[in-house]
Design a protein around this ligand. Sequence first.
Ligand SMILES: Cc1ncc(COP(=O)(O)O)c(C=O)c1O
Length: 290
Amino acid sequence: MTAPIAHFNGKLLPLDQISISPLDRGFIFGDGVYEVIPVYDGVALRAREHFERLQRSMDEIQLANPHTVDEWMKITQELLRHHPGDQAVYIQVTRGAPQKRDHVIPKGLQPTVFMMSNPMSTPSREAVENGVACVTSRDFRWEKCHVKSTSLLGNVLARQLSVEAGATETILFRDGKLTEASSSNVFVVKDGTVYAPPRDNLILMGITYDLVMQLARDGAVKLEQRHVSEQEVRDADEIWLSSSTKEVLAVTKLDGKPVGTGKPGPAFKRMHALYQEYKAKLAKARPVTA
Ligand SMILES: Cc1ncc(COP(=O)(O)O)c(C=O)c1O
């Protein structure tokens, strides 16, 4: 089998012909940022917003962006010519490979750009209809969770807790308040109102989180952004996860106990329908990758 085509520093190459220096600061320090863009049959969902977030992440870590948003969009289109169907495009930019290992940020280093695309599987019908199980943990990550950094050890260890419990995600609490999950944002529903933790440095500002906000506004769903206590999460009628690849997904079991009725609730069903409608409209409006 031939290796899939990937992008490396301006070139399209088979994945197995790409090699990266062991001195690359991405490898040595996790000194880089990334994005994951969902693509539905060739149409990239909110690609511009993903590249704008990439810019914000790069600004936060003082890394000069090698491309404009329009250039990124073009590079993505070129890569997607080799990857038809539903895809998740992965983009990573690291600070590059200096001559020696040193914490100090070197000046004038060429960043390393790597992109690949993999078939994306959205949540199964079973997961949408029955919801998924989650566990909880203290949020033991750093205080710059708004940066989409490749330094993901905290997230990896958090996710592993759910893997070991046979669950889909680990929902995190910091100082008694909900932050997010290891690779998703989290919403809770109580008495018909949706609550979302505020956009601050303790969560990643999800592109799907923003889309849920927009869909709630347009669909007259009551949504409030405010801190949510651990107790409120445990007493919620509904809990949802959101991410580019999970879309919106109901959590129906938390730490082994049913959430609400133990079935995806009415607010989830409404938001899931709004999300699917949005995707369907997008495919009609933009038949080619945008
Ligand atoms: C920690 C974390 N929070 C939230 C999200 C959801 O972000 P998005 O909706 O942009 O995929 C992700 C996505 O990977 C994530 O890693």
